[in-house]
Write a protein that binds this ligand. Structure first.
Ligand SMILES: *Cc1c(COP(=O)(O)O)cnc(C)c1O
Length: 424
């Protein structure tokens, strides 16, 4: 981790050119890398030596961008993935096997909910979903002998539940398992979960990190703090020999780097969800202005939320940075400088009025996206969460009338003017 402040990390971390090398991170658009000796190539394959040999495993452009994200989060090691979904899949699969179990906060992104509730279940891994606002006792009761991880989102998409990170971290550690946090909405500019006890952080870099809706991507960052050896019997994949690498033991050979090395050398090798170097380059451009964009997103979101709250046709508004919000206190504790640009609201006319209002918006677009420079809206019950029944929707914190409003960084007067004419 560098000693730079966050703004400097956004610009400088991850890539340091040598004398006469490109000032800007180059795109290594190459599947492979040349070696002069066959023996050295063999050592690379055995993880005896580090170096690039095939882009499915590692690529210098991707590694530089992963290193920047790692530095921003205050982590030890990181990797990029092709999408946020791949990041959340790998983050769990790296430490579970068929027959294992995980505990998740129930307020989750719809895709992550499907992944953990249904897809990994078919692979033999079961998830228990707990109310993020549950008591410590209720949380502890969700653990089983075969529980291997706890998962939650810093700010849930789209429920905007602010997770009590310390409560979840304490419960995870009391049961000898890591706490994994999807920090997509807050970004490390507004919250660094490792400072509150999280062990592993994931991102959909598709959102604020890229920030321009240009490329889908993901990242996994490991703090290096979880002691796998202290709970060796729970994590045999990390603490016993890997026969596919001549019996190396990840924790013994790579120490704090064990988790990311295993995710790269096993999961990426076998499943291959890599980010393209071209996308990593674009992601890096986004990261260079993340520290400028996040405060503006937060400021605009708070202004739009305050406007909506005072509008006669609006039934309710959710914005964790707004005084009076259910999660205001948690937001002040974990994200005192602002949460994110996403707010949600419902209209007195209910679900039908929501759809009608959205159709009347002119500048603010209806898109399946959040968290980029342009303002946009979505109706989760009809779009991202449409596979869920009413009960699942409510458990995920999604009221059927909920409009998700991703407030962009345009001039806030123009955003409010568009909302005003649509409401009228
Ligand atoms: C969008 C999102 C994901 C999925 O990311 P993709 O990049 O779309 O695969 C996961 N978690 C959260 C919180 C998200 O907002």
């Amino acid at each position: 981790m560098s000693d730079f402040k966050m703004e400097t990390k956004c610009i400088q971390s991850g890539y340091e050119p040598g004398n006469g090398e490109p000032r800007v991170l180059p795109i290594y658009q190459s599947t492979t890398f040349r070696y002069t000796s066959s023996e050295q190539m063999g050592r690379l394959f055995d993880l005896e030596e580090s170096g690039y040999f095939y882009t499915r495993l590692q690529n210098p452009t991707n590694d530089a961008v992963a290193a920047k994200i790692c530095d921003l989060e205050g982590g030890y090691a990181a990797m990029l993935t092709s999408s946020g979904q791949a990041a959340n899949f790998y983050a769990i699969m790296n430490i579970v096997e068929a027959g294992d179990h995980i505990v998740c906060a129930s307020a989750l992104y719809g895709g992550t909910y499907n992944l953990y509730a249904h897809t990994i279940r078919k692979m033999g891994v079961e998830a228990t979903f707990v109310d993020p606002d549950c008591s410590e006792e209720e949380l502890n009761a969700a653990f089983r002998e075969n529980t291997k991880a706890v998962f939650g989102e810093t700010i849930a998409n789209p429920a905007l539940v602010v997770l009590d990170l310390e409560k979840f971290a304490n419960a995870a550690h009391a049961h000898g398992v890591p706490f994994i946090v999807d920090n997509t909405f807050a970004t490390p500019i507004n919250c660094r979960p490792f400072e509150w006890g999280a062990d592993i952080v994931t991102h959909s870099t598709t959102k604020y990190m890229d920030g321009h809706a240009a490329c889908v991507g993901g990242a996994i960052v490991d703090s290096g703090n979880f002691d796998w050896e202290a709970h060796a019997e729970k994590f045999p994949g990390l603490t016993t020999p890997d026969e596919t690498y001549h019996g190396i033991v990840y924790t013994k050979k790579f120490g704090k780097g064990a988790y990311i090395t295993k995710a790269t050398s096993q999961l990426m090798r076998d499943l291959g969800s890599i980010q393209s170097p071209q996308n990593a380059f674009l992601l890096n451009l986004g990261l260079e202005t993340l520290h400028l964009r996040m405060p503006r997103h937060c400021e605009n979101a708070l202004a739009v939320a305050t406007y909506l709250k005072n509008h006669e046709k609006v039934a309710w508004v959710s914005c964790p940075s707004m005084p009076g919000d259910k999660y205001y206190d948690l937001a002040q504790k974990y994200m005192p400088n602002g949460c994110c640009g996403v707010i949600t609201f419902g209209l007195k006319g209910g679900r039908d009025a929501a759809v009608e209002m959205m159709d009347k918006l002119k500048m603010v677009a209806i898109v399946t996206h959040v968290a980029d420079a342009r303002s946009c809206v979505l109706h989760p019950a009809s779009h991202t969460h449409r596979q869920m029944n009413e009960k699942e929707l409510l458990e995920a914190g999604v009221q059927p009338d909920l409009i998700r409003f991703s407030v962009g960084i345009e001039n806030v007067d123009d955003i409010i003017a568009d909302v005003e004419q649509a409401l009228r």
